[in-house]
Write a protein that binds this ligand. Structure first.
Ligand code: MSP
Length: 507
């Protein structure tokens, strides 16, 4: 991540039904990055909804509603998903908003004026589910190679984007910037696709009516419409200063299945609009159930609202980030979440907070002792903020959590080794104060480094320490030994931070 203003985007949600936990994943990851970036400076996090296309039109028809009414009703569920998981976006753009639709038409005209859009005849196999045309040779048993559904033959006169013209520039860009698409597997796949040759892209539909209308009939291809949200939301072409401040994005987060759109088509469209490409596109892995991507079939969706009710949104955020490196697939089960909840969160973190505050209550009437100028813990973990920050900047979120958990383990060990109850019994007041101060200060540090990952629980730890405001300040000044004011009255909560959860018995 660079020092300039930070801009992160997530793919805008297809709102043709209800969300599942896979949808929450990209948003939570982006939220972790943004909350950290905000401690360093200016940051902007964009998400939104992708509301056009035949899949949405079909779902609306099945619900017996006009498409606009259908999406107007459904969008609240998706916004509620963000709210439920504390996803702190700065803007939520809907592709049916006028600000987006006008800018998309302007983009289309610009592409035409640039000589990158032309009228041609199109015939081909089309998968409505994936909104994608396929070459006959790519079909598997006559069906869509992506989702296995039936494809239909479309024959239309359409507008085309001259993608093939950008092949050499794409290759040159890939070769000069081997880390602009990550992880490496995605980079390699995409460069191989470009090397294999690029066809021009059909960017209008004449038969479909649910989309952004073109001046001379038809609508804009839903993927071009959707991709443009990343610039229309910043007020591109409207003289909005946000555009100059934030474009190009620091990182565009995507799921790996939509890498081709974001790392081949999207940069070419941007170049055709005379705009710079994003600094980095990161393609994360899939959450799977029984080896299959959640969402591929209707039966295996996992309801993110029910999960947050059972485990708490912060525990789910923690699980999703901790379970696997960002680029890898991982399988989901409630039992795995429960084990992490009771183990890492309950035993390691929750008990540390509870034990510390209980001892303080018992030995010092809940008041933080006098400051110690330094401590072996402070020396050993002096660079905690930098280490965690560096991992987050490198999108190594799991490693960031591992570094935090090392600190938690050291704090727990220091209680076991230094035995405050023995010091108390022996009347070693000075030494007891040193131990207790270390622990309080350690918890204060934890509240800061945990904030991007678990904003609710981190704020709760901060509040239990008796500290005002949320722990959202600059780590360079906050995570410095001695920041915990002496004599602060702590406020331990009666309820544990992560109440132990029993396995749900099946019978
Ligand atoms: N509307 C398109 C994106 C257009 S962006 C110009 C889209 N929407 S989506 O709702 O299907 O996906 C939204 C995000 O959720 C994507 O990042 C996608 O990868 C992610 N996930 C959906 N299912 C997922 C899993 N099972 N696992 C992890 N993330 C997945 O694509």
């Amino acid at each position: 991540m660079s020092q300039r203003a930070f801009y992160v985007t997530t793919p805008i949600y297809y709102i043709n039904g209800n969300p599942h936990i896979g949808h929450a994943y990209t948003s939570i990851v982006a939220d972790v990055l943004t909350r950290y970036a905000r401690t360093r400076g200016l940051a902007f996090f964009l998400t939104g909804s992708d509301e056009h296309g035949s899949k949405v039109a079909d779902a609306a028809a099945a619900a017996g509603l006009p498409p606009q009414q259908f999406v107007d009703e459904l969008v609240d569920v998706w916004k509620a998903l963000c709210a439920r998981y504390d996803v702190s976006y700065d803007d939520f753009i809907r592709t049916t908003e006028v600000r987006h639709m006008t800018a998309v038409v302007a983009a289309f005209e610009k592409l035409k004026a640039h000589g990158d859009v032309y009228l041609g005849a199109y015939e081909g196999w089309y998968c409505v589910y994936d909104e994608t045309f396929w070459l006959e040779s790519k079909l598997v048993g006559g069906r869509c190679p992506e989702c296995g559904r039936e494809v239909q033959w479309l024959s239309e006169r359409n507008w085309f984007f001259a993608l093939s013209k950008y092949r050499d520039r794409l290759l040159a860009h890939y070769r000069a910037n081997p880390r602009w698409v990550r992880p490496e597997r995605a980079y390699n796949e995409m460069i191989a696709t470009i090397e294999g040759g690029l066809d021009d892209l059909c960017i209008s539909r004449t038969k479909l009516e649910w989309g952004i209308p073109l001046p001379d009939g038809g609508v804009i291809y839903v993927w071009l419409d959707a991709l443009l949200n990343y610039i229309t939301a910043l007020g591109w072409q409207r003289g909005d200063p946000k555009f100059a401040t934030f474009w190009p994005p620091t990182v565009q987060l995507i799921g790996k299945e939509i890498a081709r759109f974001h790392t081949i088509i999207w940069p070419a469209v941007l170049w055709a609009l005379d705009l710079p490409e994003p600094e980095l596109v990161f393609a994360h892995g899939w959450i799977t159930l029984e080896g299959e991507k959640i969402g591929k079939s209707r039966g295996n969706a996992v309801d993110p609202f029910a999960l947050a009710d059972r485990f708490g949104s912060d525990a789910i955020r923690y699980f999703l980030v901790r379970e696997a490196p960002l680029g890898s697939d991982f399988s989901f089960s409630e039992e795995k979440v429960r084990l992490r909840h009771n183990g890492d969160l309950g035993n390691d973190l929750g008990n540390l907070v509870r034990r510390t505050l209980a001892m303080l209550e018992k030995y010092r009437d809940g008041r933080v002792p006098a400051k110690t100028s330094t401590s072996p813990l402070a020396t050993r973990f002096a660079d905690l903020g930098q280490r965690v920050g560096k991992h987050i900047e490198a999108l190594e979120l799991r490693e960031a959590l591992e570094a935090i958990w090392e600190f938690i383990a050291a704090l727990n060990r220091s209680i076991d080794d230094r035995k405050p109850w023995v010091l108390y019994g022996a009347g070693e007041a000075r030494q007891l104060d040193v131990v207790l101060y270390d622990l309080c200060e350690g918890l204060r540090w934890l509240a800061h480094v945990l904030t991007p990952f678990m904003p609710g629980k981190a704020a709760a730890i901060h509040a239990q320490l008796g500290l005002p405001d949320a722990p959202t300040g600059d780590w360079q000044t906050e995570i410095v030994w001695g920041g915990m004011p002496a004599n602060t009255l702590t406020r331990p909560a009666i309820e544990p931070l992560f109440p132990r959860l029993e396995a749900i018995s099946i019978d």
